[in-house]
Write a protein that binds this ligand. Structure first.
Ligand SMILES: CCCCCCC/C=C/C(=O)SCCNC(=O)CCNC(=O)[C@H](O)C(C)(C)COP(=O)(O)OP(=O)(O)OC[C@H]1O[C@@H](n2cnc3c(N)ncnc32)[C@H](O)[C@@H]1OP(=O)(O)O
Ligand SMILES: NC(=O)C1=CN([C@@H]2O[C@H](COP(=O)(O)OP(=O)(O)OC[C@H]3O[C@@H](n4cnc5c(N)ncnc54)[C@H](OP(=O)(O)O)[C@@H]3O)[C@@H](O)[C@H]2O)C=CC1
Length: 286
């Protein structure tokens, strides 16, 4: 078993996990999905495809995107589009949107899942580290949102956006950079949900708790060993839990929902604390 496999689903599992949704729910709908080469993004790519959607995934590393595409082709007999790029660069984001429209005719949904951070005490952040996390999670998400919204407005088309964030209301010790970025995305989303409602554009967020994906490889083992105990259910979520939540928001089930945040965390918002860098001595109490 590889280190990557340790945390996520296999391609075979993603192709066959049961879903509550009917197979033609999103027939011919077009979705642009960032971070589709791993973790939750890969699970979403499989689920959107299984529900009939046409899928464009992006991310920085082509080999990961190709793995998702090739798995979907092999196991589901469907083709998806891939585009290696960074969401930090607005020109590359414009190219992504334009290529999707050229290939599939339009865009219906954008899922901003690409992102990440590293665990560190805020007092020790380097300028480069702070900027990397803010630029990816806040600026990158915004570039994607604005680029899609402009095209929907100019083409007179409706659209929906789902931004993957995190639950920020109790702060995120050892992840202050991402907490700041995600809080920015949540309130940006609530703001443009109003501004863009007349354009028939819905904007929502999904806040996962500790969801077992290969993204966990960035955290030390002493931290991940506690991740199941950070919510009252005392287990981790999985990528399918989040993928099905995203579908609920983009599908007709979500047609009267905008400016909302769906928290999928086993109750962590009420009880439990994640220490992604390991528990400091001061807080190591029963
Ligand atoms: C949400 C946290 C609390 C809850 C945790 C439990 C829930 C889990 C949530 C998850 O999100 S799972 C994981 C999702 N995936 C990832 O986080 C992916 C891994 N992370 C990254 O790729 C990076 O952190 C990044 C910043 C998002 C990517 O940016 P970039 O590619 O530009 O970064 P780097 O070139 O690697 O680094 C730039 C800069 O950042 C500083 N830095 C990076 N890593 C660390 C580290 N481990 N410790 C301290 N500082 C770090 C550093 O200044 C880097 O510059 P250089 O020193 O390399 O010049
Ligand atoms: N797993 C969890 O418990 C939680 C995760 N989240 C967030 O959910 C999202 C998915 O995480 P998860 O699946 O767990 O982890 P992964 O690390 O597997 O997924 C992150 C994805 O984002 C892509 N990405 C990162 N930076 C960029 C960029 N600049 N441009 C385009 N794509 C980028 C990565 O691909 P590449 O490196 O090739 O670019 C990768 O596929 C992330 O935003 C994460 O922070 C939030 C709360 C909890």
């Amino acid at each position: 078993m590889t280190e990557t496999r340790q945390w996520g689903f296999s391609e075979e599992e993603l192709a066959s996990l049961p879903t509550v949704y009917r197979p033609d729910l999103l027939q011919d709908q077009v979705v642009v999905l960032s971070g589709g080469g791993s973790g939750m993004g890969k699970a979403m790519a499989y689920l959107f495809t299984r529900l009939g959607a046409k899928v464009m995934i992006c991310g920085r590393r082509e080999e990961k995107l190709a793995e998702t595409r090739d798995g979907i082709r092999r196991l589901l007999g469907r083709d998806i589009a891939i585009m290696p790029m960074t969401i930090r660069d607005p020109d590359q984001v414009d190219a992504l949107m334009d290529r999707t429209i050229a290939e599939f005719g339009r865009i219906d949904h954008v899922v901003n899942n690409g992102g990440g951070q590293f665990p560190q005490a805020a007092i020790d952040f380097s300028k480069k580290g702070w900027n990397a996390v803010i630029d990816t999670n806040l600026n990158g998400t915004w570039h994607m949102m604005q680029a899609a919204a402009k095209r929907w407005r100019d083409r007179g088309e409706a659209g929906s956006i789902v931004n993957i964030v995190a639950y920020v209301e109790r702060g995120m010790p050892q992840a202050a950079h991402t907490c700041a970025a995600r809080a920015g995305v949540i309130y940006l989303s609530k703001t443009v949900a109003t501004e863009w409602a007349p354009l028939n554009i819905r904007v929502n967020c999904v806040a996962p708790g500790t969801v077992a994906t290969e993204g966990f490889n960035v955290y030390p083992p002493e931290a991940t060993a506690r991740f199941a105990d950070t919510n009252p259910m005392r287990r981790m979520g999985n990528a399918w839990d989040v993928a099905e939540g995203v579908i609920y928001l983009v599908a007709p089930s979500g047609k009267f929902i905008t400016g909302e945040m769906l928290t999928i965390d086993g109750g962590m918002q009420m009880w439990g604390t994640v220490w992604p860098g390991g528990v400091p001595e001061h807080f190591n109490v029963v």
